[in-house]
Design a protein around this ligand. Structure first.
Ligand SMILES: Cc1cc2nc3c(=O)[nH]c(=O)nc-3n(C[C@H](O)[C@H](O)[C@H](O)COP(=O)(O)O)c2cc1C
Length: 221
């Protein structure tokens, strides 16, 4: 796939086929993404690729915690509030997705079911956890983690698979650390759900909008 085209038509995938993703395919994705830029080439990322039975075990426990309304304690705090302009975009994103899925505003049961499905990585057969070490306190390291995350999403899309970056998959870091044998200094930013898109699912027909260049680019000569 041509790069510019891939960048323009990648979108978050929120329903996956059960079909497993071979390790070699994920290796190919990561071999490309490891060339992502970072501050002074510090490469402040660590990745844990979860596949097979462990996806079911891990997400099963997280779903149980979520359904029991266990207090979340993500390593990277969930945003509290956004200034209005950003909040409007965020709300439009949720409304657009639920609209495509045919979920009404007041349909609490289906909204909850969607959150549960999100906590399970939307049925993806693989999850890549994006992790940094607690020693890394520089804001630029977080910027760098975003770069490799986008690299993973683009490389995956290029191979005809899909991803969804999910803060929801990082709600219960202690459960994740326990299952994945990580230490308390492993800080989890997001999980990237990865697999073959189920294109028949209405959630995957949703496409977010973007502001035009005039809205956010200033040209100076
Ligand atoms: C840091 C981060 C966290 C995200 N967390 C979630 C999430 O928990 N649930 C979800 O459905 N999408 C999540 N997303 C996906 C965004 O909603 C999505 O990227 C955005 O709406 C733009 O849509 P697109 O990816 O289809 O272009 C997250 C994206 C980022 C970058």
């Amino acid at each position: 796939m041509e790069l510019l085209e891939a960048m323009k038509n990648r979108r978050s995938i929120r329903a996956f086929k059960a079909e497993a993703v071979p390790q070699e395919v994920i290796t190919q994705i990561l071999e490309a993404a490891r060339w992502s830029p970072s501050w002074g080439n510090t490469q402040p990322w660590e990745l844990v690729v979860v596949r097979g039975e462990m996806v079911r075990k891990l997400t099963g426990e997280m779903v149980a915690a979520f359904q029991q309304r266990m207090a979340a304690n993500p390593d990277v705090g969930m945003p509290g509030s956004f200034p209005d302009v950003y909040k409007e975009r965020y709300m439009a994103c949720a409304a657009g997705l639920f609209g495509k899925m045919g979920v009404a505003r007041d349909d609490k049961a289906r909204r909850m079911a969607h959150m549960v499905s999100m906590t399970a990585g939307f049925g993806a057969p693989a999850i890549i956890y994006v992790i940094f070490n607690a020693d890394l306190t520089e804001p630029y390291s977080m910027f760098d983690l975003g770069a490799i995350t986008h690299g993973i999403c683009l490389a995956t899309h290029n191979l005809g698979l899909g991803t969804c970056i999910l803060a929801q998959l990082a709600l219960y870091p202690d459960i994740i650390r326990r299952h994945l044998n990580l230490t308390p200094s492993h800080r989890i930013v997001v999980g990237i759900a990865l697999g073959y898109p189920d294109l028949a699912n209405p959630a995957n027909a949703f496409r977010t909008e973007r502001e035009s260049l005039e809205k956010f680019v200033k040209w100076v000569e």
